[in-house]
Design a protein. Structure first.
Lengths: 254, 377
């Protein structure tokens, strides 16, 4: 059976094509202002990559913040269920997943059977999401992909007290003005984001194995910050940004 | 004005009742008295010939209220103050403000200062109604309100006028309750939003007129069972903005019971028609359940919620939390813990009167019900 999953996120739209329990095509593009067009485009790209015709896809399911704007999907699934189904498909032993995207972070605890036991979502505070890292990277005049490297190079731990991205940026400016090393600032920021995510994880309860998905999972500084705080190891699947879309495709197959 | 409305009109009027109230007052040459929820005996205001209007917030932007109530103040209290300060204040000749929680404790003073030209009265009914002194206190407070309205308006009110007002209000609640029963058993008959808009509008417009609409709607109802509904109960004080009900309808929830002041707590506040109106209104106050257990038994609220959940055979509880409502925030940790211990699925919906986007609420609610259907939570 062939199904498709689309994750219409705040910043990027992702699509995967699944055939007989395997991902055979995927694509990603910025969401832009027309999320419906973006979803259609990435879906078509994923179909091309999979060399599969649209007519052969039995069902398309959508998830993500922009899911309501897409009318060609036959079903939808919340981001929580999509994260759970996606990670369960890739890593069946995972019991806790953190999914951190551009604007939203969530922690989901799964039962042994893969059902959602509890979840917490942080969508009102940018201090726990990827956009904050981008803003900080801009302020530090570095590339967002290099924030993880900077974390590794840091030699001094600095506390960042602000619990809000806006105030954290003010604190950041003070650190820059006081000639604090760029690497130490990057580490402070990633630790602060990690702290926000850890509090969500503590709310739902942490059970091993633990995995991270979403764009922020690619930031190894952030992952280390969470690992250190909770004294755990976090697994990151290949292409963690696609896990939500995979979850939607799994839901479509169900 | 409100005698012959259909369901679509009811939803529209409930969303913004004030243009119709303004027009009606002008046509009838009447005055309106606003009151915040939940204790004020609107029958008394009605008996004086005024239109009692329950103030249930606004979703319009806050401009002036934040200068009087802090950002971490109850969203409903701030929103009500804004409603009167910036948007609809001219419509009201006065306000009667109850003291039902810490936030509303002497909040009437802020209103009195903010509206120097208007009639502003407080209504201080007891919360611990099991005490023997409570009944005496309530009766005195009702009599004080009658004296205050009389002094302000230069009018007097007879027992007959009070009894007539009680009869009209009772009829209103009775018909609404009957419609609610039909809707609970037959969720395809009308949406949750339509029903709860009906209750909200009933709290804000002339009951004599609106009762005609309700009778006509009830007579014309064609009960429809509908398919794939999930029965839930709503626990809370109010459920706003009204678009929250759209989310419930979207995922096919059937509200089979509630503890809302803008729901069952209003419908169940029927007054005995025994010839002594002040005694009967006193009895109603002492009989009503109260939302907050502050200064009361903390288990009482839990027992009430659990009993409602069991009696309705609901599949889950949706707790509607108003942002920064002190009473709810005081109560919620215990309630959540006790409900979890019972193994009852509960979802907490964080609402705010100035909410502009419901997409986050949708995601949380959808995730909850997906999990519920998956067998966990």
């Amino acid at each position: 059976m062939i199904t498709a999953g689309i994750d219409s996120g705040a910043k990027n739209v992702k699509a995967v094509i699944m055939k007989d329990g395997r991902v055979v095509g995927k694509a990603m593009a910025p969401a832009g202002l027309d999320t419906k067009a973006a979803a259609e485009n990435v879906y078509n790209e994923a179909l091309s990559a999979a060399r599969i015709a649209k007519k052969d896809v039995r069902k398309v399911f959508i998830t993500g913040a922009g899911r309501k704007g897409c009318d060609f999907a036959q079903g939808e699934v919340s981001e929580v269920s999509a994260a759970a189904k996606g990670i369960r498909f890739i890593m069946p032993n995972v019991r806790t997943v953190i999914d951190i995207g551009a604007e939203e972070g969530k922690a989901v605890r799964l039962s042994q059977d893969g059902d959602v036991v509890d979840y917490a979502i942080n969508e009102k505070c940018a201090a726990g999401a990827g956009t904050f890292v981008e803003a900080v990277a801009r302020a530090l005049e570095t590339d967002v992909d290099k924030m993880g490297d900077l974390y590794d190079r840091s030699t001094k731990e600095i506390d960042m007290n602000a619990q809000c991205a806006v105030f954290a940026e003010s604190e950041l400016v003070s650190l820059i003005h006081s000639q604090t090393a760029k690497a130490d600032i990057a580490r402070a920021v990633l630790n602060a984001i990690g702290d926000r995510v850890v509090s969500m994880m503590r709310r739902v309860g942490v059970e091993k194995d633990v995995a991270a998905t979403g764009g922020m999972a690619l930031n190894r500084g952030f992952i280390r910050a969470v690992e250190k705080e909770l004294n755990i190891t976090i697994s990151v699947p290949a292409d963690p940004q696609y896990v939500g879309a995979i979850g939607a495709a799994v839901a479509a197959a169900e | 004005m409100w005698e012959n409305l259909n369901l679509k009109q009811i939803v529209e009027y409930a969303k913004d009742p004030y243009p119709s109230i303004r027009k009606w007052l002008k046509e009838k040459g009447k005055k309106a008295i606003g009151s915040t929820i939940a204790d004020v005996p609107e029958e008394v205001i009605y008996a004086f010939g005024f239109l009692p209007v329950s103030l249930i917030g606004t979703d319009k932007p806050l401009k002036k209220a934040p200068s009087r109530l802090p950002d971490n103040g109850c969203s409903l209290a701030r929103s009500n103050l804004e409603l009167a300060l910036s948007y609809e204040g001219d419509l009201f000749d006065g306000f009667v403000l109850p003291q039902v929680c810490d936030t509303t404790q002497h909040l009437s003073d802020i209103w009195r200062i903010s509206f120097p030209g208007k009639y502003v009265e407080s209504y201080l009914a007891p919360r611990q109604v099991d005490r023997p002194s409570a009944r005496y206190w309530v009766k005195e407070e009702i009599e004080r309100l009658i004296a205050s309205l009389s002094s302000w308006s230069g009018r007097s009110v007879s027992d007959k006028a009070l009894n007539d007002a009680i009869a009209i209000h009772n009829e209103n609640k009775k018909i609404l309750e009957e419609i609610y029963e039909i809707k609970k058993q037959n969720p395809g008959t009308m949406t949750n939003k339509q029903f709860f808009s009906m209750v909200k509008l009933a709290m804000q417009v002339d009951k004599g007129e609106f009762n005609k609409t309700l009778k006509s709607i009830k007579a014309g109802l064609k009960p429809k069972k509908g398919k794939n509904y999930t029965d839930v109960i709503l626990v809370g004080i109010t459920c706003d903005p009204p678009e929250v009900f759209d989310l419930f309808d979207e995922i096919k929830l059937n509200i089979v019971g509630d503890s809302l002041v803008t729901g069952s707590r209003y419908l169940q506040s029927i007054v005995a028609q025994n010839g002594n109106p002040v005694e009967a209104l006193t009895e109603r106050h002492t009989r009503n359940g109260f939302f907050s257990p502050i200064h009361d038994d903390v288990y009482k609220h839990f027992e009430e919620v659990k009993a409602l959940y069991n009696a309705t055979n609901a599949k889950a509880i949706i707790y509607v939390h108003i942002e920064f409502c002190e009473s709810q925030e005081y109560d919620l940790p215990d309630l959540r813990r006790m409900i979890r211990q019972e193994g009852i699925p509960m979802h907490i919906l964080d609402t705010e009167y100035q909410t502009v986007s419901l997409s986050h609420l949708r995601t949380r609610l959808q995730a909850f019900f997906e999990s519920l259907k998956g067998g966990s939570l």
